[in-house]
Design a binder for this molecule. Structure first.
Ligand SMILES: *Cc1c(COP(=O)(O)O)cnc(C)c1O
Length: 217
């Protein structure tokens, strides 16, 4: 796969769904990928990337930002409260707001920094014990809680269980977003982004289909 092929598939999925390609942000997930592969995608003009780990992001994106303009970095992995400040300084968006303590810490640093990345609330649509995210039944209350902190909630994010049809989870996430008046839907990865687009995704997070298989992670 290549960036161009993914863009073609996005365009086709948009056409089938009656949506404009401009509604979809392709977050190229560069975690664990060698810098040369990331640079190759930057050289093709792509500017929106996703990383799982604050430390890994801090190790490569400041240098890429010196070399390329207009980079937009999205943090899509579990976030520890002691990494929040660094995360907020590194990234334009955080997709994994999943608990009150994290929201409160973000709010405190937003005051100090005078800025805050776009935020997505992660919903554990599959109710998996090992996965982060608020449970669907707790989502409305938690979204209200984050908004009450005056934080910029742009939408919701989910990672469906690996062994289930993702469309059911995408539809559930879209429903929770709609009833809370949220437009952003971060859903869909290499194996299912077309189905996510069909169900309203605004941010798809595609890694291996663009960069090739990861060595680990
Ligand atoms: C790694 C990762 C992705 C990208 O996965 P691919 O299957 O390589 O597209 C998307 N979202 C999250 C949260 C990830 O951790």
């Amino acid at each position: 796969m290549s960036l161009a092929e993914i863009q073609t598939r996005i365009a086709k999925a948009c056409e089938e769904a009656g949506r404009a390609t401009a509604e979809i942000k392709l977050v190229a997930v560069s975690k664990v990928q060698p810098n040369a592969r990331v640079a190759a995608v930057l050289d093709q003009g792509h500017r929106t990337f996703g990383e799982n780990k604050v430390q890994e992001a801090a190790g490569k994106w400041p240098d890429f930002r010196m070399a390329y303009d207009d980079i937009e970095l999205h943090l899509i992995g579990p976030l520890q409260t002691n990494k929040v400040k660094q995360a907020m300084q590194l990234a334009e968006a955080i997709h994994t707001v999943d608990r009150p303590k994290l929201a409160n810490t973000i709010a405190r640093h937003a005051q100090d920094l005078g800025q805050c990345p776009d935020l997505f609330v992660q919903v554990n649509t599959g109710e998996e014990t090992q996965k982060s995210g608020v449970l669907p039944t707790d989502a409305d209350d938690f979204i209200a809680e984050v908004r009450a902190l005056d934080l910029p909630v742009k939408g919701l994010m989910c990672i469906p269980p690996v062994d289930e049809e993702p469309s059911l989870h995408f539809a559930l996430l879209a429903k929770i977003a709609a009833r809370n008046g949220l437009d952003g839907l971060s859903m869909g990865m290499s194996s299912d982004f077309e189905r996510a687009i069909a169900l309203g995704a605004t941010h798809i997070r595609v890694g291996s289909a663009i960069f090739g298989a990861r060595d680990n992670g």
